[in-house]
Each structure stands twice: as structure tokens, then as C-alpha cells.
Design a protein around this ligand. Structure first.
Ligand SMILES: CCCCCCCCCCCCCCCC(=O)SCCNC(=O)CCNC(=O)[C@H](O)C(C)(C)COP(=O)(O)OP(=O)(O)OC[C@H]1O[C@@H](n2cnc3c(N)ncnc32)[C@H](O)[C@@H]1OP(=O)(O)O
Length: 170
């Protein structure tokens, strides 16, 4: 990967919220209308992620023709959306509400329509209100040792949801 995103080397360890659903359980959607994970989002991505060890969340997604950008390949904006969402879902381990401040995407390989992607989001650590997270997308058919097709990083900032969404929630 050729990203220039810098992960600080002095991150504080992130701690799992004891009240979070157990490892192996589904990550609850943060908003039923969320375009990434919401079951009620018309035309949404409907990602279903599962909590994993080491503050990870994993999901699979088939690249449907409606996700096409260049001929026969996934649109880069869809990859960005998947990455934002998968890191946001991994952050649920922490029991905080954190919104995206920075999203960095390394598009390493073209991803053909029809590919089954395995998406793995992971919390790297914290720095005051910031949560640093990472994500990778693999061809699920390529086996466990395959290189990622794309990878990303994010900085999420912990907010008070009542104040942050006060003006916008229905
Ligand atoms: C009751 C209601 C129920 C609700 C139910 C729950 C809903 C749960 C929804 C979850 C959602 C997740 C889903 C996926 C994630 C999205 O897609 S979220 C949507 C996209 N993101 C947004 O809309 C965020 C828009 N931006 C903002 O609101 C504000 O810029 C932010 C991010 C909150 C930061 O503003 P702020 O609170 O004033 O923070 P500020 O004090 O400036 O900075 C705090 C720290 O972050 C750093 N920082 C801030 N911005 C940046 C930046 N752009 N670059 C680098 N560093 C930055 C600062 O430098 C500072 O760091 P330190 O000084 O500690 O080193």
C-alpha cells in the first residue's frame, strides 16, 4: 500500500466497552436509515458486520452491478463508503459515538463487479477524543493470505450524540 496517512506512534490503547455485544455477535446498526448499515435504507448497502477479536468488525459484500464506476469495476466512492462504514462499525466496540473527520483510501487494485469482498475494520487506538481506525478489503475467493485490494484509515472524533445530532435528527 502506498498511502501517506500517518498513524501516530503514541496512540493510547483503545478499550472494549464491557457492555458491547459479544465477539461473534452482529454489530447493531447505528441508525436504521444509515446508507451503510441501516436495514431501512432504500438503496443502501445493508452491510451486516460481526464483532471480531482485537477490536475488529468483519462483513462480506458482493459487488453488484449498481456499484459500477469504470466499466466492469466498482466505483471508488462506493469503496470509500464501505470503508467509512466498516471503521464506524469497528468503533462500536468502544461504546462511544464517533464521527468521521478524516478518511484516507488506498485503491491498490481494480475491483471487478461480481467480486465478493471481505471487509475488515479495526480500531487502532485513541488520542484524546480521536479514534484512529483502519480497514482492508480482500477478494474473499482469494484465500486468507491474499493481499488487500484496497485499504484505508480514518480519524473519528467522539461526540455527544444528543448535541451533535440535535439539529438534524427527525
Ligand atoms: C440521541 C442521538 C442518537 C444518535 C444515534 C447514534 C448515531 C451514531 C452515528 C455514528 C455514525 C458513524 C457512521 C460512519 C461515520 C460517518 O459517516 S459520520 C458522517 C461524516 N462526518 C461528519 O459529518 C463529521 C463532520 N465534522 C464535525 O462534526 C466536526 O468537524 C468534528 C469531526 C466533530 C470535529 O469537531 P470538534 O468537535 O469541534 O472537534 P475539535 O475540538 O476541533 O477536534 C477534536 C480533535 O480532532 C482533531 N480533528 C478534528 N477534525 C480533524 C481533521 N479534519 N483532521 C485531523 N484532525 C482533526 C482535532 O485536531 C482535535 O485533535 P487534538 O487537538 O485532540 O489532537
Amino acid at each position: 500500500m502506498k498511502t501517506t496517512f500517518v498513524v501516530p506512534d503514541d496512540l493510547e490503547p483503545a478499550r472494549r466497552d464491557p457492555a458491547a455485544p459479544a465477539i461473534g455477535e452482529a454489530v447493531p446498526p447505528h441508525n436504521p436509515r444509515c446508507h451503510g448499515c441501516g436495514p431501512d435504507a432504500e438503496n443502501g448497502l445493508h452491510l451486516r458486520a460481526v464483532f471480531g477479536e482485537n477490536l475488529t468488525a468483519t462483513a462480506t459484500l458482493v459487488v453488484e452491478p449498481r456499484f459500477e464506476g469504470g466499466p466492469g469495476v466498482i466505483h471508488g466512492g462506493i469503496v470509500s463508503t464501505l470503508f467509512d462504514e466498516m471503521m464506524g462499525l469497528a468503533n462500536v466496540h468502544l461504546g462511544v459515538v464517533a464521527v468521521t473527520a478524516v478518511l484516507d483510501v488506498d485503491y491498490a487494485r481494480p475491483i471487478p463487479v461480481g467480486t465478493t469482498l471481505r471487509l475488515v475494520g479495526r480500531v487502532l487506538g485513541r488520542q484524546r477524543r480521536k479514534v484512529y481506525s483502519a480497514v482492508e478489503a480482500f477478494d474473499d475467493a482469494a484465500g486468507p493470505d491474499a493481499e488487500p485490494l484496497a485499504a484505508g484509515h480514518g480519524i473519528f472524533v467522539v461526540v455527544d450524540p444528543r448535541a451533535h445530532f440535535a439539529a438534524t435528527r427527525p
